[in-house]
Ligand binder design. Structure first.
Ligand SMILES: *Cc1c(COP(=O)(O)O)cnc(C)c1O
Length: 449
């Protein structure tokens, strides 16, 4: 009989992988979070800023940044970070393509042009050489994502940025509190911005946070969408002073105080919880070291870098080592072993969506992507093969929150069994469908049409 559960063998995983099991349960909310939220309700302070300001202070202290500014979500924090970094109409911003849409669509909201650069194979983050290749005299900023919690190569990215005099905005939505060579992510570039949405590894509801050491960036971020804090008392920049009182962007970006209250509780435990996550995830990957077809997506921790809270962890797939077995078939076998969350692919490349090719969102009479550009940057998308191919070379793995060795061993074994018995899977391999990628991860489990 086959060893594979797909063909009737015993399942590798017998433990419970539902959110009831502390092995995977997230977020970790206790009575302390509940009391903090109830306090906001009872005092009717949902829409003020006192608790948010306290949360900002703790957050700035935590990351070692001069300023922190709370937002209603990560999307608006990134928009404000780009504005703060000086991105204006006609500018170009270098972005990653195979990421969630909110890591760059905002560039177009500012009348600027996203220019996509390729990723590196191991980290799945922006390739510093390709960033440099894509820089023009119009480039104002590089929007770096620490993708799936892997720190981008910040030393080389900062060197390219310095050489060409462009700003670096870090999107830390996957890696809050993470380290790159001993430095907190979000504080290495000119400004960091991040989601603290309920599904992230720092989860407080719908919320975002911006951090920077640059007073001008901070004030411009305030000016764009924080009307009640855009006051003469708070603003020192000469270009902003005449306009205090009304939000320059016409946006309202204030954080809901139920979220900031939860944030004040979560921040106390976050580093400790992430350390436990890293212990569990590193153990999982250690168990799979050397298994053909399978590679960890993780950083070398010996230089003081880490994977933060290991948001939405994925593995790298090397079909060449399994006679070309499709990742679709591989994941089917892992799911049969008892991990229902194993899906092929990661984020589809944004430049392949019509929003970034043909959509005229603002009535410019031409595609929004190039409405304010002096060249057709869509031509450059042809070089993005690596960013597109990644969907056939990734799969989701369990996001482990507690170091429970026996259960982690079961999880690792599910992947090992599928890889070691790959020959049996080749027989009925349907291959990968053409559009394997997803725009966001919930699409994996959404009902298929
Ligand atoms: C989640 C996410 C965002 C957007 O954050 P929201 O809080 O959902 O608005 C931005 N960038 C990346 C990389 C994300 O994963």
């Amino acid at each position: 009989m086959s060893e594979l559960a797909l063909f009737g063998g015993p399942k590798a995983i017998t433990c419970d992988l539902s959110n009831d099991n502390p092995l995977v349960k997230w977020p970790i909310f206790t009575e302390e979070d509940e009391a903090a939220v109830l306090d906001v309700l009872r005092k009717n302070t949902m829409s003020s800023t006192a608790i948010t300001k306290e949360f900002e202070q703790e957050f700035a202290k935590w990351l070692g940044a001069e300023y922190a500014l709370g937002f209603n979500n990560g999307t608006s924090s990134i928009l404000a970070a780009l504005y703060g970094a000086g991105v204006r109409k006609g500018d170009e911003v270098i972005c990653q393509s195979n990421v969630y849409w909110a890591a760059g669509t905002q560039v177009m909201s500012l009348g600027a042009t996203p220019v996509y650069a390729n990723i590196e194979e191991g980290s799945l983050c922006l390739d510093p050489d390709d960033i440099e290749a894509k820089i023009s005299d119009k480039t104002k900023a590089i929007l770096v994502v620490h993708y799936l919690a892997h720190p981008a190569d910040m030393d080389r990215i900062m060197a390219v940025a310095k050489k060409h005099n462009v700003k670096v905005v870090e999107d830390v939505s996957h890696a809050q509190g993470g380290l790159y060579k001993g430095r907190r992510l979000g504080t290495i570039g000119d400004v960091g911005a991040m989601s603290l949405m309920g599904g992230k590894s720092f989860a407080v509801g719908e919320a975002g946070m911006l951090v920077t050491n640059d007073r001008s960036i901070y004030e411009h971020a305030v000016a764009l969408g924080h009307y009640d804090r855009f006051t003469d008392a708070d603003i020192t920049c000469e270009d902003l002073k005449p306009f205090t009182g009304l939000p320059l962007g016409g946006y309202k970006f204030r954080m809901h105080q139920m979220s900031s209250a939860v944030g004040l509780v979560q921040i106390k435990y976050h580093d400790e919880q992430c350390a436990e996550i890293r212990k569990a995830m590193n153990y999982f990957w250690d168990l799979l070291e050397g298994v053909p077809g399978i590679r960890a997506h993780r950083v070398d921790e010996s230089e003081g870098s880490n994977m933060a809270g290991w948001y939405a962890p994925h593995g790298i797939y090397v079909p060449e080592e399994l006679e070309g077995l499709s990742v679709t078939r591989f994941c089917e076998a892992v799911r049969a072993e008892g991990f229902a969350g194993c899906w092929p692919s990661a984020n589809a490349a944004l430049h392949t969506h019509r929003l970034f090719q043909t959509a005229d969102v603002y009535g410019d009479g031409k595609p929004t992507r190039i409405a304010n550009a002096d060249r057709d940057v869509r031509e450059l998308d042809k070089s993005l093969g690596k960013s597109q191919d990644i969907i056939n070379r990734c799969y989701s793995i369990p996001w482990l929150k507690k170091f429970i060795p026996e259960e982690i061993e079961q999880c690792a074994n599910a992947f090992k069994k599928a890889a070691l018995n790959y020959k049996e899977l080749l027989k009925d391999d349907p291959g990968d469908p053409e559009n394997l990628g997803v725009w966001f991860f919930y699409q994996h489990t959404a009902p298929k049409k």
